[in-house]
Design a protein around this ligand. Structure first.
Ligand code: BES
Ligand code: ZN
Ligand code: ZN
Length: 485
């Protein structure tokens, strides 16, 4: 999408759709015909939209509400611009102009506008073959009318374009099913990311190498599948590293989760191509890290594999040994994410010397039951760290809710014959027990675990920058956090 900045509202011939962002209670800004519009139906409430066709020569004029003018305006602008672009995309409109309200921080507003525009216009049409869809126009031109701070706004737009590319990569990877993507796809993407920047390198460990390192827990998940496991390690080391702390981002990367021998019922399996969303987010972040001024050394770890049943698959009751020497009785092969993450987190500390680990995982259905589809559940062993992440996330639209790392539930996962069981306590508190299980594989690192089973993929109606399907949850918040630490 080509973006430009204007200092005055373009004439009707120059743009297909003109749009305004309106705070609740403010007058409709379009003159001279504002009085023609029926104010009663549009109050400027957040995400409310009024579209008037054929007004003053313009084909379409849209007004989108920002709600009350107080905190969080940037996010509301991001959301409103996304709403405009989604509507324009479905209406086959190719050029849109957005009149930006006066604001203190034009750079951040620029970023919000562009992130909203690109993500609102995002579509996944790769597998559509009908002529109508193929001919559908994309919004190719977006212009922003700003009354001040054009150069700051331009910087914001440039950053927003980059951020949205990272999110779109994550969305594309998640939306693409396991028939067309496998562990090698993630390897290919990681390698092309490493090629694109001299600050990024990648190492890929195959099954034999993982075995040598003692990753019995991770490999036990891969055993049932014909798809070979790939343990992918990205390393970002900016030329001028300013921070001493090493950060590891670990992403659950199950290309498809059938449940293994503890097979899921078919309804629960339908969306399980999304079980690599954590890994997709990590790849999304790495694809833009070098362009967003991140000054810390960062590792990205994807223990990628597929969870399938077969004659080779791990059986319920089998015992596996993780890289830190702990033995695990695998009672439910559908609780596989924690088995792959366990070895990945031990690797992060032992081999990458990570001081901080953030893992993202579509880990439990229980987290969706607890928090619904909007919110990710956050668990941490360090309040200061988790506060800093929550603060960063708040600015981006990645919604997160702090959950308790209630260690006394560890008792439920004590095995009679091994150190741990991979499940315990039935369904009660399932998101918490999963997090507590993971904590057994963190040694000294400060750690955040984010269960994104709910918000990784939207089946509900679009909301702001989030359409239906994969959301790319975490790319924006992780980048915002990395820019601040
Ligand atoms: N990948 C699933 C979790 C999931 C559920 C992600 C819904 C996205 C949407 C995970 O591997 C899983 O199957 N978890 C089990 C754990 C249980 C066996 C303890 C679950 O949530 O039922
Ligand atoms: Zn599972
Ligand atoms: Zn899973």
């Amino acid at each position: 999408m080509k973006a430009s900045i204007l200092s005055a509202i373009p004439q009707a011939k120059q743009v297909e759709a003109l749009s305004y962002l309106v705070f609740q209670g403010d007058k409709l800004p379009h003159n001279p015909s504002a009085e023609l519009l029926n104010r009663s139906e549009f109050e400027g409430k957040e995400s409310q939209m009024l579209v008037v066709d054929n007004l003053d020569g313009y084909q379409h004029i849209a007004f989108v509400g920002l709600g009350k003018q107080k905190d969080g305006t940037n996010l509301k602008i991001q959301s409103a611009v996304a709403t405009i672009l989604r509507a324009a995309t479905t209406k086959n409109i190719s050029s849109v102009c957005v009149v930006v309200p006066k604001h203190m921080e034009m750079q951040n507003v620029g970023t919000s506008c562009m992130v909203g525009a690109e993500l609102g216009a995002y579509q996944f049409l790769k597998y559509k073959t009908d002529e109508k869809t193929k001919k559908q126009k994309k919004v190719e031109q977006i212009s922003f009318v700003v009354s001040k701070g054009a150069s700051e706004f331009k910087k914001g737009i440039d950053l927003g374009t980059v951020l949205a590319q990272g999110v779109a990569l994550a969305r594309d990877l998640v939306n693409d099913p396991a028939s067309h993507t496998n562990t090698q796809t993630l390897v290919d993407v990681a390698q092309s990311i490493a090629k694109s920047s001299s600050d990024i390198s990648v190492t890929v460990l195959d099954e034999a190498q993982c075995k040598k390192l003692g990753m019995g827990s991770y490999l036990s998940v891969a055993r049932g599948s014909v798809v070979p496991p790939k343990f992918i390690v990205l390393h970002y080391k900016p030329k001028a590293v300013q921070k001493a702390k090493k950060i590891a981002l670990v992403g659950k990367s199950i290309m498809f989760d059938s449940g293994g021998l503890s097979l899921k019922p078919s309804g629960s399996m339908e969306d399980m191509k999304i079980d690599m969303s954590g890994g997709a987010t990590v790849l999304g972040v790495f694809s833009i890290l070098a362009k967003v001024d991140a000054s810390s050394e960062v590792y990205g770890i994807l223990p990628a594999c597929e969870n399938m049943p077969s004659g080779h698959a791990t059986r319920p009751g089998d015992i596996v040994t993780a890289m830190n020497g702990k033995t695990i009785e695998v009672l439910n092969t559908d609780a596989e994410g924690r088995l792959t993450l366990a070895d990945a987190m031990v690797y992060a500390e032992k081999h990458c010397k990570a001081d901080v680990i953030i893992d993202l995982a579509t880990l439990t259905g229980a987290c969706v039951v607890a928090l619904g589809g909007d919110l990710a559940g956050l668990f941490s062993n360090d309040d200061k760290l988790s506060n800093s992440f929550e603060e960063a996330a708040k600015q981006t639209g990645d919604e997160v809710w702090k959950m308790p790392l209630h260690m006394s539930y560890l008792k439920k996962m004590k095995s009679d014959i091994a150190d741990l069981k991979n499940v315990g306590g039935g369904r009660d508190g399932g998101a918490i027990t999963a997090a507590v299980f993971l904590s057994e594989f963190v040694d000294k690192a400060k750690w955040i675990h984010i269960d994104i089973a709910g918000p990784a993929y939207r089946t509900d109606e679009p909301k702001g920058a989030l359409g239906k399907g994969a959301t790319g949850w975490g790319v924006l918040s992780l980048v915002a956090w990395l820019q601040q630490v």
